[in-house]
Design a protein around this ligand. Structure first.
Ligand SMILES: Nc1ncnc2c1ncn2[C@@H]1O[C@H](COP(=O)(O)OP(=O)(O)O)[C@@H](O)[C@H]1O
Ligand SMILES: [Mg+2]
Length: 365
């Protein structure tokens, strides 16, 4: 029995990783220079996968920290230090720790075998942060410069209002470390790195991640379906048509379609049935999501599920009765902020093709 060749939800690497050659090259070149990298793009476009893979390719030591799970300014320092312990034995770090002004508590987690780090009392200032980032500087060498990845970096302001300013002041002084900042909330990321008043203004090279091009994605899908159906070309293009090359949803639909073909063989409506199965499985989530929206949000989404018109056009407003343009505009902003819509050069689009279909089906029933 062949294993399902598609994967969605978590970070992907070979053999589930496709394309991104230009982007990988660009990232490697920045990591190789003295510059820092900022990578932004919608959720589930493959930022984490891409950066993890590219930084691994450098052969340099990497610290990866997702800010979504960081609870405070001292925890930020503790979590960074914990990741240093993953790379270096406790013994080796002892001499560096001697200069720490606040000594963290280390506990061995008997289940994972990992060292957990905690600064016991919340410090008044940013002493743990300074000490830990000073340590990072010390363990980084000129030959194998450390790479530090901060994922979902827009969370920095939630963690502590002064953290960004203090972190920037520390990083500013450092050499021999490449910093990578990732973020899904594009408007927040742009505010952090492109607003003159922000401490991180122009701190690095900003890259925007797009979808995976149709041809590259198609050949990846075809390779996966080749083993289960001689209709692999048709199946692949039908999937991409449904998902519009969104990396995550494409893998999800490919996975489900592959399962169904492996179980009961190909049929002309296989992709359609697979997407219906996904929609059924998410019915609860979609319903909850839908009921949290206001009237204008609903009207906009109904219109966008129904036609290709821009929600800012007069025709759209007439057809779907969306009200004054200021209301529509703030609704579009809100829907983009919470990830339901994606804003690109071509305008606004629904992020989730299955949610789009769910709305259309509900309206039709
Ligand atoms: N290069 C890629 N090739 C194939 N699938 C990908 C690729 N990048 C991302 N994906 C799909 O998208 C999903 C989300 O990727 P992830 O790296 O977590 O995105 P992000 O960090 O932008 O939210 C993955 O689980 C995978 O299914
Ligand atoms: Mg991510």
């Amino acid at each position: 029995m062949v294993a399902n060749p598609f994967k969605f939800g978590t970070v992907v690497d070979e053999p589930y990783f496709t394309d991104r050659e230009k982007e990988t090259e660009e990232i490697l070149s920045i990591l190789n220079s003295a510059n820092h990298l900022i990578l932004t793009g919608p959720r589930r476009y493959g930022k984490t996968s891409l950066v993890r893979r590219a930084s691994r390719m450098t052969g340099r030591p990497v610290i990866y920290l997702d800010l979504q799970v960081v609870m405070g300014k001292d925890d930020f320092a503790a979590q960074a230090l914990k990741r240093v312990y993953r790379m270096h034995p406790v013994e080796k770090l002892k001499k560096y720790m001697k200069s720490f002004r606040l000594i963290p508590a280390l506990t061995m987690n008997p289940v994972t075998g990992e060292v957990d780090v905690m600064f016991r009392s919340e410090s008044a200032g940013f002493v743990p942060l300074e000490d830990v980032f000073d340590l990072l500087q010390k363990i980084s060498t000129r030959k194998k410069r450390l790479i530090v990845v901060f994922d979902e970096f827009q969370e920095i302001t939630r963690i502590h209002p002064e953290l960004d300013r203090n972190l920037r002041a520390i990083l500013q002084q450092q050499e021999n470390i490449s910093y990578v900042f990732l973020g899904s909330r594009e408007s927040l990321i742009r505010e952090i790195f492109e607003k003159k008043k922000s401490p991180f203004y122009h701190f690095g090279y900003l890259m925007q991640l797009d979808k995976i091009p149709a041809e590259a994605f198609a050949s990846y899908l075809q390779q996966g379906f080749h083993k289960v159906s001689d209709q692999y070309k048709t199946v692949s293009s039908m999937i991409l048509e449904q998902t519009r090359q969104h990396p995550y949803y494409t893998q999800q639909l490919a996975f489900t379609t592959w399962e169904m073909i492996a179980r009961s063989g190909y049929s002309d409506d296989i992709v359609l049935r697979a997407s219906e199965e996904i929609i059924r499985n998410h019915d609860n989530d979609y319903e909850r999501l839908w009921n949290r929206l206001n009237r204008t949000d609903m009207k906009i989404l109904v219109g966008m599920a129904d036609c290709e018109l821009s929600p800012l056009s007069d025709e759209f407003s007439r057809r779907y009765n969306t009200g004054p343009s200021s209301t529509v505009f703030s609704s579009l902003q809100r829907l983009t902020q919470n990830g339901l819509l994606i804003k690109s050069a071509e305008g606004y689009a629904l992020d989730d093709p299955f949610f789009r279909k769910w709305i259309a089906l509900k309206r039709a029933s």
